[in-house]
Write a protein that binds this ligand. Structure first.
Ligand code: GUN
Length: 282
């Protein structure tokens, strides 16, 4: 049976460290990290994520502001709000929850955020910094996966890591981070031929596909580490991209869904916001 990688427990531990740093920071500088979260529309999954982010920010001792805007909010209104938040000295991190309604150009919105406040790490400046290995903001989900792998002392050097999914939010930055850790990385996607054969060669499999329980035991080499980034709703229940029940019998380590990668993502958002605050002198 695989070792369960308890993202919830690791996230709680990091969260406690962040809360301590916030207290010290407040004592030394008389201010706390501030985060602004913007939600446009009423997508229930997005609304849940935003509420979790708000709750965790408050628990960490942050100043937190949530903007819940109507689905028909114009792009120019959103850009004006971002501009205002860019200039707000109480706010160190700005996050616009994705996906945005179709009438809004997501890239215009991301590019309007000051890269120094882009705690999601989605701005092209931060993506560029990540690619050349210079310090910037790292997208929270792949960053959380790396922290989890570190916590469980999974050695990545020279290992074959297979990332399934090539999104800007998860797959691409995940592959970059694994490469930075000296893994040999293969990125697979919907056009990949014989996904199963490629996965079967992997020492580490990262599933970020969006298809419930697609990765079964016959995709996994015995002893491989399996990280499930999937968040699918099936009959009102959350499930991952990995068929946990079969895969846990062959893998050496596995993350559950829920309580695996999800809690790590939100905690790394707090971590990035604390960093954004520490980076600033005012
Ligand atoms: N939607 C799904 N994941 C994310 C994320 O990490 N950040 C933002 N802003 N939106 C998301």
């Amino acid at each position: 049976m695989a070792i369960l990688m308890d993202g919830k427990a690791v996230a709680t531990k990091i969260q406690a460290k962040i809360a301590d740093r916030v207290k010290e920071h407040k004592k030394a500088f008389g201010r706390v990290p501030g985060i602004a979260v913007i939600l446009v529309g009423e997508d229930p999954a997005s609304a849940t994520y935003v509420s979790s982010k708000e709750k965790l920010a408050v628990e960490a001792g942050f100043y937190s502001k949530v903007y819940r805007l109507e689905a028909n909010t114009t792009e120019s209104h959103l850009l004006e709000l971002i501009d205002e938040l860019n200039g707000d000295t109480k706010i160190h991190g700005i996050l616009v929850q994705l996906p945005l309604p179709k009438h809004i150009d997501t890239m215009n919105v991301i590019m309007a955020i000051d890269p120094k406040k882009d705690v999601d790490g989605f701005h092209p400046v931060n993506i560029g910094l990540l690619n050349i290995g210079v310090k910037g903001f790292i997208p929270c989900t792949p960053y959380g996966v790396i922290k989890l792998l570190e916590e469980y002392e999974i050695d990545l050097v020279g290992k074959h890591a297979v990332v399934i999914g090539r999104s800007n939010i998860v797959g691409k930055p995940m592959a970059t981070l694994l490469l930075r850790k000296n893994a040999t990385v293969t990125t697979c996607h919907s056009n990949t031929k014989d996904l199963q054969a490629i996965c079967k060669q992997a020492d580490i499999v990262i599933a970020a596909i969006g298809k419930p329980k697609m990765i079964t035991a016959d995709f996994i080499k015995p002893g491989a580490v399996v990280i499930d980034v999937g968040m699918n709703r099936v009959d009102g229940k959350l499930c991952g991209d990995v068929d946990f029940d079969s895969v846990e019998k062959v893998a050496s380590h596995i993350t559950p869904v829920p309580k695996g990668v999800g809690p790590m993502t939100i905690t790394m958002l707090m971590y990035n916001t604390l960093q954004a605050s520490l980076n600033r002198l005012y």
